[in-house]
Each structure stands twice: as C-alpha cells, then as structure tokens.
Ligand binder design. Structure first.
Ligand SMILES: Cc1cc2nc3c(=O)[nH]c(=O)nc-3n(C[C@H](O)[C@H](O)[C@H](O)COP(=O)(O)O)c2cc1C
Length: 425
C-alpha cells in the first residue's frame, strides 16, 4: 500500500471504514496542532504517547538511567500529552521486577522521571505549560510476576485462564476486604503521584490486569461482582476516595472498552476463540462474547465523567486474551497466534468504538489507541479522525518506539521518517 489510493482501496475491499485526509496540514493551522482544554487542563496539541512500559526499573521500583532516557524521548516527541506507563501500587502487584513501583521510597525517582520528560520538552519545544505528564496506576492481578516468576492473584474465575495461568485451584480469590484494602493503597498512591508533581494519575482498567478483570466479574459474589454497580465499584470507589483525599489531582481512566472470547492458536497457528466455558467473562461484549457491545462501557464512562474523571483513553481487550484486538499487527512474536483478521480491521474497530463512545458520552475528552499499524498513513487518518470529532487526541504506542519524534515530524510538516517506521514494523 504505497499510495493513498492503494490504501483506500484496501480499506474498501475489507469493508471497513477508516477516515483519510489526503493532505495533512502542519502547525499552526492543522487540526492536529490545535490545543484542547478540560476545565483549565490545557493540552497543547492532539498527540499523546500511550503508556509503554520499558521493563527497565530497578529491583526496588525506582527508575534507572535507561528509564530516564526513555522519558526524555517522550518529552522530545512533540506530543503534548504523555500517558506515562504503568506503575504498581504494591510490590506484589508488579508485572515484573523491572516495573516501576509507587511508594514513598520511590517518590524522588518518580519526580526525576517526570522532570526528565518536562526538561526534554522544554529544550526541544519550549514552554511546557501545555505539556501534560501522567502516570498509570496498576496491580497486575493474574499477571503479577514481582520476582520474575508468575505469582497470580485473581478476583474472578475464568476456566481457561485459571487452568493455564493460575492461580492454583486451592488459592482463594482476593476477598472483598482485601479489595477494600487495595482501594486504600490506590488512594495513597494517587496522593504520592500528585506529590511527585505529575499532572494526572491514570486508573488502569485495561489489558487483563486487576482493574479490568473486575469489570468482567459477572460470577463473583459479594460487593465487587455480579451487577454493573458491583463490578465498577473498585474504580468508582478509588475515584471518589481519591477526589476527596487529593482534590487538586486530575484523574483519568484507561479502559479496555471492547473485548472478545479468549483466542488461542489453532492447528495452523491462527488465533481462534476458545470453546470451553461460557463467555460471560469480559467487559464490552454481548452475552456470546463474540460481538462488541458498548452499553456497559458507555454507562461506566458516563459515571466517570460525572465524577470528573477526564480525559479517558480507549483501548481494547488484552495481550493475554485477544491480542489482535489490542495491538493490530501482521508480524507476531514467537509463541503468539497469527492474526485471524487483516490488522486494518483491528484499526478500524478501535476507531469505530472510540467514535461511538464519544458520541454517547459528550463532554469526555477521548484519546484513541491502535493507530501504529497504519504506519505512514497514520497522519492522514489521525487528522481525519480529529477533524471529524471521532476522537479528540490520537495516541501512539509502537509507532513512538519506531519513530520517537513522529508527532513533531508531522506537526512541523517534515513528514514521518518512513524508512525508520518500515524497518521497525
Ligand atoms: C512495549 C509495550 C509496553 C506497553 N505498556 C503499556 C502500559 O504500561 N500500560 C498500558 O495501558 N498499555 C501498555 N501498552 C499498550 C499500548 O499502550 C497500546 O495500547 C498498544 O501498543 C496499541 O497501540 P499502538 O497500535 O499505537 O501500538 C504497551 C505496549 C507495548 C508495545
């Protein structure tokens, strides 16, 4: 797909919709360069670098020189919104011994990380008043590996994941009291991140980790399972408690707003939905688990908006459940299933879900994900999406790794470094 015509024909052949502007306008007039403001929280343009964990923190949860280097690249990128990577609220909830930890002992390190991005932005792009940097709070739940080996804790059963990942059958689910305790830990972590000077704190409710698993805890008894109100209680309680404990801090939410039945490789290595168990495990699907259903995501986002949680970042599924939904890609790593659909279909799903959520929940500023597979066509699609109001801000994940200054390349009119991008993809 080397010409816009070829790209648009391919999209048409696939029967999906991906908006496309043939001319991308640079700053200061282009739609991607326009600032956006939420109650005084001003973001200087429409690019965000999505959370990208670097697995380079020290054993004690502090950033290392490698982490600082990465965060300098975030600052130089030209994006005005940095949705900083996941940082564990407790040592046992780390996804690896190299994940950041939010703790009083790591506060100076977290502050240095933030400043690394801010200073790099100042040197490359000037005044950082409209440059916003956040940090994402997480507990890895079923995917916790604080010492390198799997040490899962779970909040709900899932026949396939219980059998393949654990926790072992004799390990009870995290109890309601323990979840209330974890909520308090999150609230303390919000206060610490605010003290470290970050502009916002993100509550991670995506990609299979604990905050996301609870949203699908349909069969869990007690305060955190069953009804919609119970399944969102973890997030709503953290948000309301954090708002009263740390009124000055801005809270955001990163949500896996759509999902599918767990996929595994078939005999040809292609991802197929598993057939065991019933499918009522995931948030953002209908009862069969095969079709996206945004009714509950809309309800949750409405509640969050009304609590002042804004902006939100929309993503889908998890790398452990239906990876092709989360990260559209043609090439996969060893051990991963091959994509069961053209990755452009995955990109179109991201765009469509975000557009529908934006329509359904006015007033909520939405950052979209899943643009990286578009490679050289990202700017054309990004501008068309923002111009039409289908998303407010375009989030870049893997594309930032391939081309760290992509936003400033687009906004300056230089254009993307396509050789770098193709080499990486
Ligand atoms: C190396 C790597 C690390 C990631 N770390 C995080 C993370 O810490 N938190 C998170 O919410 N998503 C994380 N993600 C997911 C990305 O933010 C993003 O949703 C995904 O890559 C799809 O967007 P893209 O098509 O622009 O890459 C990570 C992805 C990659 C490739």
């Amino acid at each position: 797909m080397t010409t816009p015509g070829e790209f648009e024909n391919r999209v048409q052949d696939l029967g999906v919709a991906i908006p496309f502007d043939s001319v991308v306008e640079p700053a200061p007039s282009g739609p991607l360069s326009r600032p956006i403001e939420i109650d005084g929280f001003r973001v200087g343009n429409r690019f965000c670098i999505l959370p990208l964990e670097g697995w380079d923190s020290a054993e004690d949860g502090n950033p290392t020189n490698a982490s600082l280097q990465r965060w300098r690249r975030l600052g130089r990128s030209g994006a005005k919104l940095i949705w900083g990577e996941s940082a564990a609220v407790r040592p046992e909830g780390r996804s690896s011994p190299q994940q950041l930890l939010v703790d009083r002992s790591t506060l100076p390190g977290l502050d240095m990380l933030r400043l690394a991005a801010v200073e790099a932005h100042r040197q490359a792009h000037g005044d950082p008043a409209d440059f916003k940097v956040g940090l994402q709070l997480t507990h890895s739940g079923r995917y916790s590996k604080p010492h390198g080996m799997s040490s899962p804790v779970s909040v709900r059963h899932h026949p396939y994941l219980d059998r393949t990942l654990g926790p072992p059958p004799d390990q009870p689910l995290l109890g309601d009291d323990e979840i209330y305790g974890l909520i308090e830990t999150y609230v303390s972590a919000v206060a610490l991140v605010a003290e470290a000077g970050f502009d916002f704190v993100d509550l991670k409710a995506c990609h299979g980790y604990l905050g996301h698993e609870l949203l699908g805890a349909f069969e869990r008894p007690g305060d955190f399972g069953g009804s919609f109100e119970n399944r969102v209680r973890f997030l709503t309680t953290i948000a309301s408690r954090a708002k009263s404990a740390v009124p000055a801090i801005r809270l955001t939410l990163r949500l896996s707003a759509f999902d599918a039945v767990t996929h595994v490789a078939d005999e040809d290595g292609v991802g197929r939905p598993i057939t065991e168990g019933n499918y009522r495990y995931w948030f953002g699907t209908d009862e069969t688990g095969h079709t996206v259903d945004l009714a509950e995501p809309v309800r949750l986002l409405t509640v969050m908006r009304d609590m002042g949680v804004n902006p939100v970042c929309i993503t889908g599924s998890s790398p452990y459940n239906a990876r092709h939904l989360q990260r559209p890609a043609l090439n996969v790593s060893p051990g991963e299933y091959l994509p069961p659909e053209d990755p452009l279909v995955g990109v179109a799903r991201h765009l469509d879900v975000t557009r529908r959520l934006k329509e359904a929940v006015p007033g909520l500023v939405m950052v979209g994900s899943g643009y990286s597979y578009l490679q050289q066509w990202m700017p054309n699609v990004a501008q068309a999406v923002v111009r039409s109001g289908a998303a407010d801000i375009v989030g870049l994940g893997r594309l930032h790794l391939a081309s760290p200054t992509a936003p400033s390349d687009v906004l300056s009119g230089r254009g993307l470094d396509t050789k770098k991008i193709w080499a990486s993809f």
